[in-house]
Design a protein around this ligand. Structure first.
Ligand code: XBP
Ligand code: MG
Length: 244
């Protein structure tokens, strides 16, 4: 087995985006005249539900209101979420978010080493495009052989479906690829897809159970270079028990 590809999660991994997502959700609620506002404590819990529309529907379901009222709100979720995506992409384009340490350098190393690059994210397509173009430039979208997003319609993380879809499209077996994640949901998805997984938690996910990670780093700034990660990956292949 040789390392032939890297698959990146987006939110929390490429960039620490969830505070801006949280603000975009609240801006969409206000624009819709809804009396909802998610503070950071509430949002940390809601983040356990992947996918913005699913997250809003989960929040509505927990409201202590009649089922008939819930149904009316649920019918509005697609419009609320579309508004949220517009608010979010506007904030990204305005320059509100930077890549996490080491990401740009690792992408450049991987490109120079002719590794396949891909994205497997639960977030919406416009959010990924806005982030990559704003942080890496207009050509960045072409660096990735596959950008699989929450719009794909496959089961969302922690299901492995999006990782299996990306591996299939790349034409690579899981043992030739490293996945990068930030959360327990993403880690579970990548591990169920059979991937060696590097986790760089954020303040939103550092308290989650990340024990299944093959490598946990504060960020990719120090050890996130390809030679270090390749050595960890090779060791794992030689002595799986050590990395079980
Ligand atoms: C994180 C998510 C997304 C974002 C919000 O995705 O679960 O739902 O929180 O984006 P990732 P949307 O897999 O990149 O960590 O509102 O577009 O879903
Ligand atoms: Mg993530």
């Amino acid at each position: 087995m040789t390392l032939r590809g890297l698959i990146f999660d987006v939110d929390g991994t490429l960039a620490d985006t969830e505070e801006v997502h949280r603000q975009a959700f609240n801006a969409a609620f206000a624009a819709e005249g809804l009396p909802w506002a998610w503070d950071q404590r509430a949002y940390r819990d809601l983040l356990k539900v992947t996918g913005g529309q699913e997250r809003i529907a989960h929040f509505i379901d927990a409201l202590e209101i009649p089922a008939s009222e819930k149904s009316k709100f649920v019918a509005r979720v697609p419009v609320i979420h579309a508004n949220k995506t517009q608010f979010y992409t506007n904030m990204v384009v305005a320059g509100g978010i930077n890549l996490r340490p080491g990401i740009a350098a690792l992408l450049e190393e991987a490109r120079n080493a002719d590794l396949a690059l891909a994205i497997a994210t639960t977030t919406s397509g416009p959010n990924v495009e806005a982030l990559l173009q704003r942080t890496l430039g207009p050509r960045a979208l072409r660096w990735f052989g596959m950008i699989a997003t929450g719009d794909l319609g496959v089961a969302k993380k922690p299901a492995p479906d999006i990782y299996l879809h990306v591996l299939d499209r790349l034409g690579l077996p899981p043992q030739d690829v490293i996945a990068f994640e930030d959360s327990a949901n993403g880690l579970m998805a990548a591990k169920q897809a059979g991937l060696f997984t590097v986790v760089t938690p954020t303040q939103w996910t550092e308290d989650e159970d990340l024990s299944a990670a093959d490598v946990i780093l504060a960020d990719l700034g120090d050890n996130g270079n390809l030679s270090f990660l390749s050595s960890q990956y090779s060791r794992a292949l030689k002595s799986p028990r050590e990395f079980a």
